[in-house]
Ligand binder design. Structure first.
Ligand SMILES: Cc1ncc(COP(=O)(O)O)c(C=O)c1O
Length: 390
């Protein structure tokens, strides 16, 4: 019913993915499969809500009413079978800003924050940029499927100065949906040593291939009390240009401290369209998301077959969630500079440099597959043709 095959021209819209190509890759003559937004039209239901509001000619300061928290409560129940309450929710101007406010609110300069690397690059900056210490808990790569090093996690959590564990769930870029057993182990270690869990669950609605996202806070009452969840419809419905994110915690003290930090920084007002976009996405976006999920799965299966067939030295673990795939190029025996240049200038395809996710990303690139299949096929053909010419 929805047309994900349609090619939508994005030039002239100030799109980060297009307009920063020259700066990031040194050329704008490449297919951009990097920044994590989608090349698909947002659900028509959201477009209509935004246009209806835009037609009213006054764009003054805005508030978010019960429709906003109500839509979130209903969505979490529908999508994740997670029962939350309106009063556990606070709007946030972005997941990354909200993580930064939490680092400021719940730790002091010099304290340690644990992250599972390789990981989404802003995890490093919200910690290091705020003068906290990044404690790298490198994921264990078991034949492409990544697992958490629980032994190291306990050693890190034990340190007196460790205050926060910043969990990426599902994980960007390795595509894992953490199991209940894994989440319970994280909880056991963090609660034992009084380490607060900040669970970035922005990709939670994009679980694929029958994997099931489990909100960290839903694994037990104690986990709910010792965590804050960071969520948004922005990745799910391709509305990242609006600020539609929010935090959830059952712990009143944590919520109050978070709120105070956000208010002190005067970032609580929010964007007029964010409430409109979130509410219509959650209230009306279910069937669109079901179709999107199948489309993404098909793209991923297509890539899997293509690589097996034409580029068998490239490997990736089929992601359990997200529209991002983490491709291992190590068999090509290029160094990172050669690999980047080959992809940008020979193949003319723009992927995210694996090294930007941490040193474990050497030899890897992240590909965004949320584009029409024909674009993905074109990108793969360009890579294969350029490689055959070497
Ligand atoms: C794990 C993760 N967290 C947060 C974000 C961005 O969140 P926001 O745009 O709300 O700051 C992304 C975007 O790619 C992400 O992958």
């Amino acid at each position: 019913m929805y047309d994900f095959d349609k090619i939508i021209e994005r030039s002239g819209t100030n799109a980060y993915k297009l307009d920063l190509r020259e700066k990031y890759f040194g050329t704008d003559d490449l297919l951009p499969l990097w920044v994590a937004d989608m090349d698909f039209a947002a659900p028509p239901e959201i477009q209509e809500s935004i246009m209806a509001r835009a037609r009213h000619e006054v764009y003054g300061y805005t508030i978010r009413k019960e429709e906003f928290t109500g839509a979130i409560v209903d969505w979490c129940a529908y999508k994740h079978q997670w029962t939350i309450k309106d009063e556990w929710i606070e709007y946030s101007p972005g997941v990354v800003p909200a993580l930064a406010f939490s680092v400021l609110a719940f730790s002091n300069p010099g304290d340690g924050v644990i992250i599972n690397t390789p990981v989404y690059p802003p995890f490093y900056s919200v910690i290091g940029g705020n003068k906290r210490k990044v404690l790298k808990n490198g994921l264990l790569n078991k034949d492409g499927r990544y697992e958490i090093d629980f032994y190291l996690l306990e050693e890190q959590a034990k340190l007196e100065t460790t205050k926060i564990y910043m969990l990426c769930s599902p994980h960007n870029p390795v595509g894992r949906v953490w199991t209940k057993e894994e989440l319970l182990k994280i909880h056991a270690i963090c609660s034992k040593y009084n380490v607060l869990v900040l669970a970035d669950e922005i990709h939670s609605d994009l679980a694929l291939f029958n994997h099931k996202h489990i909100p960290f806070a839903s694994v037990s009452e104690e986990a709910a009390q010792n965590s804050i969840s960071f969520m948004a419809p922005s990745k799910t419905f391709n509305i990242a240009g609006f600020s539609t994110s929010y935090v959830v915690t059952a712990n009143k003290d944590l919520l109050e401290a978070y709120r105070q930090m956000q208010n002190n920084l005067q970032l609580h007002m929010g964007h007029l369209f964010s409430g409109v976009a979130l509410t219509s996405a959650y209230n009306k976006g279910r069937s669109w998301l079901n179709e999107l999920t199948s489309y993404l799965e098909n793209n991923i299966l297509f890539i899997e077959n293509y690589l097996k067939d034409k580029l068998p030295e490239l490997e990736f673990f089929r992601p359990e969630a997200t529209y991002l795939i983490w491709i291992n190029f190590k068999n090509w025996k290029m160094n990172q500079k050669q690999l980047k240049e080959f992809l940008a200038f020979n193949a003319k395809v723009g992927l995210n440099d694996g090294l930007s996710f941490g040193s474990e990303g050497r030899g890897y690139m992240r590909m965004n597959v949320a584009s029409p299949k024909i674009t993905i096929e074109k990108a793969l053909n360009q890579i294969a043709e350029a490689y055959n010419k070497l």
